[in-house]
Design a binder for this molecule. Sequence first.
Ligand code: NAP
Length: 235
Amino acid sequence: MVCLITGSSRGLGKAVALAFGKRGHKVVVHFKDKQKEAEAVAAQIKEAMALKADVRRFDEVKILIEEVVKHWGGIDVLVNNAGITKEALLIKTSEKDFNEVLDTNLKGAFNFIRAVAPFMIEQKSGHIINISSFAGLKGKTGLSAYSASKAGLIGLTMSAARELCEYNIKVNAVLPGYMLTDMGIESNEKVKELALRDSLLKNFSDLDNVAEFVCYLAGTSGISGQVFNLDGRII
Ligand SMILES: NC(=O)c1ccc[n+]([C@@H]2O[C@H](COP(=O)([O-])OP(=O)(O)OC[C@H]3O[C@@H](n4cnc5c(N)ncnc54)[C@H](OP(=O)(O)O)[C@@H]3O)[C@@H](O)[C@H]2O)c1
């Protein structure tokens, strides 16, 4: 399979890219700024390429997708993983920050789906996995833009799943638990404390567990329009 993972220069995306690579799949390691890191991830995979695009820019996303299709003939799996947070109470969140989070986390996934779907429709197969968050279902104090973007991703997942099912394209959402990536480490202590407090198992989410789950899901054929919560917090 040809697997494209957005934001795979580091964090969860990197773990997912390596997990697909370990299974012998062709992998597109996507990045925005961290080229060296992305190339280092690609170097660990037998068949991989590192490609740059700002997920907020449809023109850049379209060029990237066309390059992959030209090189490998199609795309079987798209994991919309790239994301950012801007922590602030709602009344202190600027319009600029709100827009940046929504443009990256929600419109970014929309851009990638819009660019990839025509090729998946033509090949009559594909699996799109959107990385959402517990925050998208429950909301979090200080994360209104992030929570809104991740809730939006769940709606986008379900609509895309309904529209694309007739072409044998599966669309699902995965909610990782709290992970100690750059994003997780930069969060304020209160957010971390609450994640641990509410976890039945009193632990953070394991990157490799999440990555293995994403790989498994990508290989399934009868699951679409679903939301998978991957940690010990009860919804
Ligand atoms: N960490 C958690 O606890 C947690 C929990 C639940 C869900 N999630 C979700 O899991 C996903 C991965 O999170 P993470 O913790 O691994 O994050 P991370 O370590 O901060 O990595 C973010 C990735 O997104 C890319 N990115 C950011 N803005 C971009 C843009 N405009 N265009 C293209 N790429 C962009 C970055 O590329 P560069 O390296 O090139 O900058 C990087 O590869 C996110 O969607 C996040 O919301 C995380």
